[in-house]
Write a protein that binds this ligand. Structure first.
Ligand SMILES: Nc1ncnc2c1ncn2[C@@H]1O[C@H](COP(=O)(O)OP(=O)(O)OP(=O)(O)O)[C@@H](O)[C@H]1O
Length: 347
Protein backbone atom coordinates (compact mmCIF):
# COMPACT_ATOMS: atom_id res chain seq x y z
CA UNK A 1 0.00 0.00 0.00
CA UNK A 2 1.20 3.48 -0.75
CA UNK A 3 1.70 5.86 2.15
CA UNK A 4 0.38 9.26 1.16
CA UNK A 5 1.22 12.59 2.75
CA UNK A 6 -0.36 15.44 0.84
CA UNK A 7 0.05 19.08 1.66
CA UNK A 8 -3.19 20.97 1.41
CA UNK A 9 -1.97 24.04 3.25
CA UNK A 10 -1.81 26.99 0.88
CA UNK A 11 0.51 28.97 3.17
CA UNK A 12 3.94 28.19 4.52
CA UNK A 13 5.81 29.70 7.42
CA UNK A 14 6.24 33.45 7.64
CA UNK A 15 2.76 33.60 6.07
CA UNK A 16 4.10 32.95 2.58
CA UNK A 17 1.57 31.86 0.01
CA UNK A 18 2.56 28.60 -1.61
CA UNK A 19 1.88 27.89 -5.25
CA UNK A 20 0.31 24.84 -6.87
CA UNK A 21 1.88 21.39 -6.65
CA UNK A 22 5.27 21.22 -8.35
CA UNK A 23 6.34 17.70 -7.49
CA UNK A 24 4.07 14.76 -6.77
CA UNK A 25 5.94 11.70 -5.54
CA UNK A 26 3.98 8.44 -5.36
CA UNK A 27 5.14 5.16 -3.86
CA UNK A 28 8.81 5.75 -4.61
CA UNK A 29 11.04 2.79 -3.71
CA UNK A 30 14.76 2.53 -4.34
CA UNK A 31 16.86 -0.62 -3.98
CA UNK A 32 20.61 -1.11 -3.81
CA UNK A 33 21.37 -4.29 -5.72
CA UNK A 34 24.01 -5.95 -3.58
CA UNK A 35 25.60 -9.39 -3.94
CA UNK A 36 23.39 -10.51 -1.02
CA UNK A 37 20.22 -9.30 -2.73
CA UNK A 38 18.35 -6.00 -2.97
CA UNK A 39 18.47 -3.60 -0.01
CA UNK A 40 15.53 -1.18 0.06
CA UNK A 41 16.86 2.19 1.25
CA UNK A 42 13.81 4.21 0.22
CA UNK A 43 10.50 2.43 0.76
CA UNK A 44 7.15 3.52 -0.64
CA UNK A 45 7.66 7.25 -0.19
CA UNK A 46 4.85 9.59 -1.22
CA UNK A 47 4.85 13.35 -0.80
CA UNK A 48 4.00 16.54 -2.59
CA UNK A 49 5.90 19.78 -2.86
CA UNK A 50 4.35 23.09 -3.81
CA UNK A 51 5.91 25.93 -5.76
CA UNK A 52 7.90 28.10 -3.38
CA UNK A 53 7.75 25.56 -0.55
CA UNK A 54 10.72 24.46 1.58
CA UNK A 55 10.45 20.79 2.48
CA UNK A 56 13.02 19.53 4.96
CA UNK A 57 13.99 15.86 5.07
CA UNK A 58 15.47 14.81 8.42
CA UNK A 59 16.80 11.56 9.82
CA UNK A 60 19.93 9.93 11.19
CA UNK A 61 22.76 8.80 8.98
CA UNK A 62 21.66 5.84 6.87
CA UNK A 63 17.94 6.63 7.04
CA UNK A 64 17.74 7.00 3.25
CA UNK A 65 17.65 10.78 2.83
CA UNK A 66 20.30 10.93 0.09
CA UNK A 67 18.83 7.88 -1.59
CA UNK A 68 15.46 9.64 -1.74
CA UNK A 69 16.74 12.91 -3.16
CA UNK A 70 19.08 11.35 -5.70
CA UNK A 71 16.16 9.22 -6.90
CA UNK A 72 13.92 12.33 -7.05
CA UNK A 73 16.40 14.01 -9.36
CA UNK A 74 17.39 10.78 -11.18
CA UNK A 75 20.99 11.23 -10.11
CA UNK A 76 21.32 7.84 -8.46
CA UNK A 77 24.16 5.60 -9.60
CA UNK A 78 24.41 1.81 -9.69
CA UNK A 79 23.88 -0.27 -7.63
CA UNK A 80 20.87 1.96 -6.81
CA UNK A 81 17.75 1.40 -8.92
CA UNK A 82 14.29 2.91 -8.66
CA UNK A 83 12.20 -0.20 -8.11
CA UNK A 84 8.74 1.39 -8.00
CA UNK A 85 6.84 4.65 -8.00
CA UNK A 86 6.65 7.91 -9.88
CA UNK A 87 7.96 11.45 -9.50
CA UNK A 88 5.62 13.74 -11.36
CA UNK A 89 7.11 17.13 -12.12
CA UNK A 90 4.62 19.80 -13.14
CA UNK A 91 6.32 22.62 -15.05
CA UNK A 92 4.72 26.08 -15.30
CA UNK A 93 4.29 25.53 -19.01
CA UNK A 94 3.70 22.20 -20.66
CA UNK A 95 2.52 18.80 -19.55
CA UNK A 96 3.57 17.08 -16.30
CA UNK A 97 6.40 14.56 -16.76
CA UNK A 98 7.40 11.50 -14.73
CA UNK A 99 11.07 11.97 -13.87
CA UNK A 100 11.44 8.23 -13.24
CA UNK A 101 10.69 7.27 -16.83
CA UNK A 102 11.66 10.44 -18.71
CA UNK A 103 14.26 10.01 -21.49
CA UNK A 104 17.82 11.13 -20.72
CA UNK A 105 17.57 13.77 -23.43
CA UNK A 106 14.46 15.39 -21.96
CA UNK A 107 15.85 15.06 -18.45
CA UNK A 108 19.02 16.92 -19.49
CA UNK A 109 16.87 19.79 -20.68
CA UNK A 110 15.19 20.01 -17.27
CA UNK A 111 18.42 19.97 -15.28
CA UNK A 112 19.60 23.38 -14.03
CA UNK A 113 16.71 25.17 -15.75
CA UNK A 114 13.93 23.41 -13.84
CA UNK A 115 15.74 21.36 -11.21
CA UNK A 116 19.12 22.04 -9.70
CA UNK A 117 20.96 20.18 -6.98
CA UNK A 118 23.47 21.30 -4.35
CA UNK A 119 25.47 18.46 -2.86
CA UNK A 120 27.36 18.07 0.41
CA UNK A 121 30.83 18.75 -0.87
CA UNK A 122 31.51 21.64 -3.21
CA UNK A 123 34.85 20.11 -4.09
CA UNK A 124 33.08 17.10 -5.61
CA UNK A 125 30.83 19.33 -7.73
CA UNK A 126 33.17 22.09 -8.90
CA UNK A 127 35.80 21.38 -11.52
CA UNK A 128 39.14 21.92 -9.73
CA UNK A 129 41.03 22.93 -12.89
CA UNK A 130 38.51 25.48 -14.15
CA UNK A 131 38.10 29.02 -12.90
CA UNK A 132 34.81 29.56 -11.07
CA UNK A 133 33.48 32.07 -13.60
CA UNK A 134 34.10 29.77 -16.55
CA UNK A 135 32.03 27.04 -14.84
CA UNK A 136 29.14 29.47 -14.41
CA UNK A 137 29.36 30.65 -18.01
CA UNK A 138 29.32 27.02 -19.24
CA UNK A 139 26.15 26.19 -17.31
CA UNK A 140 24.39 29.44 -18.24
CA UNK A 141 25.21 29.19 -21.95
CA UNK A 142 24.45 25.50 -22.22
CA UNK A 143 20.86 26.29 -21.28
CA UNK A 144 20.57 29.55 -23.11
CA UNK A 145 22.50 29.45 -26.35
CA UNK A 146 21.21 32.87 -27.30
CA UNK A 147 23.10 34.49 -24.42
CA UNK A 148 26.47 36.02 -25.33
CA UNK A 149 29.57 35.17 -23.30
CA UNK A 150 29.64 38.78 -22.16
CA UNK A 151 26.05 38.60 -20.87
CA UNK A 152 26.78 35.23 -19.21
CA UNK A 153 29.76 36.80 -17.42
CA UNK A 154 27.58 39.66 -16.21
CA UNK A 155 25.03 37.13 -14.98
CA UNK A 156 27.83 35.24 -13.17
CA UNK A 157 28.88 38.42 -11.39
CA UNK A 158 25.26 39.04 -10.38
CA UNK A 159 24.86 35.47 -9.07
CA UNK A 160 28.08 35.64 -7.05
CA UNK A 161 27.07 38.97 -5.55
CA UNK A 162 23.70 37.48 -4.62
CA UNK A 163 25.47 35.05 -2.28
CA UNK A 164 27.90 37.66 -0.97
CA UNK A 165 30.94 36.75 -3.08
CA UNK A 166 32.80 39.64 -4.74
CA UNK A 167 32.44 39.37 -8.53
CA UNK A 168 36.23 39.34 -9.03
CA UNK A 169 36.36 35.92 -7.35
CA UNK A 170 35.03 34.55 -10.65
CA UNK A 171 38.69 34.49 -11.70
CA UNK A 172 39.60 32.15 -8.80
CA UNK A 173 39.99 28.40 -8.93
CA UNK A 174 37.82 26.48 -6.42
CA UNK A 175 40.81 25.63 -4.17
CA UNK A 176 41.56 29.36 -3.81
CA UNK A 177 38.19 29.93 -2.12
CA UNK A 178 37.29 29.26 1.52
CA UNK A 179 34.98 26.33 2.26
CA UNK A 180 32.11 28.74 2.94
CA UNK A 181 32.65 30.57 -0.34
CA UNK A 182 32.75 27.30 -2.26
CA UNK A 183 29.44 26.19 -0.76
CA UNK A 184 27.89 29.60 -1.45
CA UNK A 185 29.14 29.53 -5.02
CA UNK A 186 27.48 26.13 -5.48
CA UNK A 187 24.20 27.63 -4.30
CA UNK A 188 24.70 30.53 -6.74
CA UNK A 189 25.44 28.05 -9.54
CA UNK A 190 22.27 26.11 -8.73
CA UNK A 191 20.30 29.35 -9.14
CA UNK A 192 22.01 30.27 -12.43
CA UNK A 193 19.13 29.22 -14.67
CA UNK A 194 16.36 30.33 -12.31
CA UNK A 195 15.11 26.80 -11.45
CA UNK A 196 11.70 26.04 -9.96
CA UNK A 197 13.20 23.41 -7.64
CA UNK A 198 16.53 23.22 -5.83
CA UNK A 199 17.42 19.99 -4.07
CA UNK A 200 20.03 20.39 -1.33
CA UNK A 201 21.73 17.44 0.32
CA UNK A 202 23.46 18.59 3.54
CA UNK A 203 24.72 21.72 1.74
CA UNK A 204 26.33 23.19 4.83
CA UNK A 205 27.88 20.24 6.65
CA UNK A 206 31.38 21.08 5.39
CA UNK A 207 31.38 24.57 6.96
CA UNK A 208 31.42 25.78 10.57
CA UNK A 209 28.24 26.65 12.45
CA UNK A 210 28.56 30.44 12.08
CA UNK A 211 29.08 30.15 8.33
CA UNK A 212 26.24 27.63 8.18
CA UNK A 213 23.81 30.14 9.71
CA UNK A 214 24.99 32.90 7.36
CA UNK A 215 24.51 30.68 4.32
CA UNK A 216 21.05 29.61 5.46
CA UNK A 217 19.97 33.20 6.14
CA UNK A 218 21.12 34.10 2.65
CA UNK A 219 19.31 31.11 1.19
CA UNK A 220 16.04 32.08 2.87
CA UNK A 221 16.41 35.67 1.60
CA UNK A 222 17.04 34.45 -1.95
CA UNK A 223 14.19 32.00 -1.78
CA UNK A 224 11.80 34.73 -0.67
CA UNK A 225 12.80 36.86 -3.64
CA UNK A 226 13.05 34.18 -6.32
CA UNK A 227 10.32 31.82 -5.02
CA UNK A 228 11.98 28.53 -5.95
CA UNK A 229 10.98 25.41 -4.02
CA UNK A 230 13.58 23.57 -1.95
CA UNK A 231 13.99 20.00 -0.78
CA UNK A 232 16.56 20.33 1.99
CA UNK A 233 18.18 17.22 3.45
CA UNK A 234 19.93 17.23 6.82
CA UNK A 235 20.38 15.11 9.93
CA UNK A 236 19.97 18.33 11.97
CA UNK A 237 16.30 18.71 12.81
CA UNK A 238 16.86 22.02 14.65
CA UNK A 239 18.07 23.60 11.44
CA UNK A 240 14.91 22.53 9.61
CA UNK A 241 12.71 23.87 12.37
CA UNK A 242 14.04 27.31 11.45
CA UNK A 243 14.16 26.88 7.70
CA UNK A 244 11.43 24.61 6.41
CA UNK A 245 7.72 25.01 5.80
CA UNK A 246 7.19 21.28 6.18
CA UNK A 247 9.38 18.49 7.48
CA UNK A 248 9.48 14.81 6.51
CA UNK A 249 11.24 12.60 9.04
CA UNK A 250 12.80 9.42 7.65
CA UNK A 251 13.69 6.25 9.48
CA UNK A 252 15.00 3.06 7.88
CA UNK A 253 14.04 4.26 4.40
CA UNK A 254 10.49 5.34 5.23
CA UNK A 255 8.81 8.60 6.05
CA UNK A 256 7.62 8.11 9.62
CA UNK A 257 6.21 11.60 10.14
CA UNK A 258 5.44 14.58 7.93
CA UNK A 259 3.89 17.87 8.89
CA UNK A 260 4.45 21.58 9.15
CA UNK A 261 7.70 22.66 10.83
CA UNK A 262 5.58 24.41 13.43
CA UNK A 263 3.63 21.25 14.33
CA UNK A 264 6.74 19.07 14.32
CA UNK A 265 8.39 21.59 16.65
CA UNK A 266 5.41 22.01 18.94
CA UNK A 267 4.17 18.45 19.09
CA UNK A 268 6.16 15.71 17.38
CA UNK A 269 3.85 12.70 17.20
CA UNK A 270 6.24 9.90 16.20
CA UNK A 271 8.50 8.64 19.02
CA UNK A 272 11.46 8.86 16.63
CA UNK A 273 10.73 12.52 15.82
CA UNK A 274 10.42 13.15 19.54
CA UNK A 275 13.88 11.60 20.03
CA UNK A 276 15.39 13.61 17.16
CA UNK A 277 13.94 16.80 18.56
CA UNK A 278 15.54 16.11 21.92
CA UNK A 279 18.84 15.28 20.21
CA UNK A 280 18.68 18.50 18.13
CA UNK A 281 16.88 21.08 20.27
CA UNK A 282 15.77 24.30 18.55
CA UNK A 283 18.56 26.89 18.52
CA UNK A 284 16.62 29.44 20.50
CA UNK A 285 15.29 27.00 23.10
CA UNK A 286 16.54 27.23 26.70
CA UNK A 287 19.77 25.31 27.17
CA UNK A 288 19.23 21.82 28.54
CA UNK A 289 21.09 18.58 28.46
CA UNK A 290 21.04 16.97 25.04
CA UNK A 291 20.15 13.31 24.92
CA UNK A 292 20.64 11.01 21.99
CA UNK A 293 18.26 8.27 20.92
CA UNK A 294 19.32 5.02 22.59
CA UNK A 295 20.43 2.19 20.29
CA UNK A 296 21.41 2.40 16.66
CA UNK A 297 19.46 2.46 13.36
CA UNK A 298 18.77 -1.02 11.98
CA UNK A 299 20.62 -2.77 9.19
CA UNK A 300 18.37 -2.24 6.16
CA UNK A 301 19.27 -5.72 4.92
CA UNK A 302 17.95 -7.23 8.15
CA UNK A 303 15.02 -5.15 9.37
CA UNK A 304 13.10 -6.16 12.49
CA UNK A 305 9.49 -7.25 11.92
CA UNK A 306 6.82 -4.52 11.96
CA UNK A 307 7.92 -1.02 12.87
CA UNK A 308 11.67 -0.67 12.29
CA UNK A 309 11.92 1.79 15.20
CA UNK A 310 10.23 -0.53 17.74
CA UNK A 311 13.49 -1.97 19.20
CA UNK A 312 14.57 1.59 20.17
CA UNK A 313 11.15 2.89 21.14
CA UNK A 314 10.13 3.37 24.77
CA UNK A 315 6.45 3.15 23.88
CA UNK A 316 6.69 -0.08 21.85
CA UNK A 317 4.51 -3.11 22.62
CA UNK A 318 3.96 -6.41 20.81
CA UNK A 319 1.45 -4.61 18.55
CA UNK A 320 4.34 -2.77 16.97
CA UNK A 321 6.00 -5.88 15.61
CA UNK A 322 3.09 -7.28 13.61
CA UNK A 323 3.06 -4.98 10.55
CA UNK A 324 4.87 -1.99 9.10
CA UNK A 325 2.69 0.96 10.20
CA UNK A 326 1.25 3.09 7.40
CA UNK A 327 1.32 6.89 7.50
CA UNK A 328 -2.03 8.11 8.80
CA UNK A 329 -3.39 11.52 9.73
CA UNK A 330 -2.88 12.28 13.43
CA UNK A 331 -3.80 15.83 14.37
CA UNK A 332 -2.23 18.10 11.77
CA UNK A 333 0.53 15.63 10.86
CA UNK A 334 0.79 12.25 9.15
CA UNK A 335 2.42 9.67 11.37
CA UNK A 336 3.45 6.03 10.86
CA UNK A 337 2.98 4.74 14.39
CA UNK A 338 0.23 2.56 15.88
CA UNK A 339 0.98 3.83 19.40
CA UNK A 340 0.83 7.59 18.83
CA UNK A 341 -2.27 8.16 20.93
CA UNK A 342 -1.00 6.01 23.83
CA UNK A 343 2.41 7.69 23.60
CA UNK A 344 0.66 11.09 23.79
CA UNK A 345 -0.86 10.07 27.10
CA UNK A 346 2.56 9.02 28.43
CA UNK A 347 4.35 12.23 27.34
N1 LIG B 1 26.27 1.78 -2.58
C1 LIG B 1 25.47 1.19 -1.70
N2 LIG B 1 25.33 -0.15 -1.69
C2 LIG B 1 24.50 -0.76 -0.82
N3 LIG B 1 23.73 -0.12 0.08
C3 LIG B 1 23.83 1.20 0.12
C4 LIG B 1 24.70 1.93 -0.76
N4 LIG B 1 24.56 3.24 -0.47
C5 LIG B 1 23.65 3.33 0.53
N5 LIG B 1 23.22 2.10 0.88
C6 LIG B 1 22.22 1.77 1.90
O1 LIG B 1 21.26 2.82 1.93
C7 LIG B 1 21.11 3.30 3.26
C8 LIG B 1 20.72 4.74 3.19
O2 LIG B 1 21.81 5.51 2.72
P1 LIG B 1 21.67 7.08 2.47
O3 LIG B 1 23.02 7.57 2.06
O4 LIG B 1 20.52 7.33 1.57
O5 LIG B 1 21.29 7.60 3.92
P2 LIG B 1 21.35 9.07 4.48
O6 LIG B 1 20.18 9.19 5.40
O7 LIG B 1 21.45 10.04 3.39
O8 LIG B 1 22.68 9.03 5.32
P3 LIG B 1 23.83 10.15 5.46
O9 LIG B 1 23.23 11.23 6.31
O10 LIG B 1 24.93 9.40 6.17
O11 LIG B 1 24.19 10.59 4.09
C9 LIG B 1 22.44 2.97 3.93
O12 LIG B 1 22.28 2.81 5.30
C10 LIG B 1 22.82 1.67 3.28
O13 LIG B 1 22.16 0.60 3.95
Amino acid sequence: MSTTAQSTAPTGRRGRTLGPVLLDVRGLSVDYLTTHGPVRACADVSLTLRRGEILGVAGESGSGKSTLVTALTRLQRPPAVTAAGSVEYRPVEGEPVDLVTLSERRLRRLRWRDLAIVMQSAMDCLNPVMRLGAQFVDVIREHDRSMSTRAAKARTAELLRMVGIPAERAASYPHELSGGMRQRSLIALALACDPALVVMDEPTTAVDVVMQRQILAQLVALQQTLHFAIVFVTHDLSLLLELADRIAVMYAGRIVEIGSAYDIYRSPRHPYTEGLRTAFPPLRAPVRRMTGIPGAPPDLADLPPGCAFAPRCRYATDDCTTAVPALRPVGAQHVACVRTEEADDAR
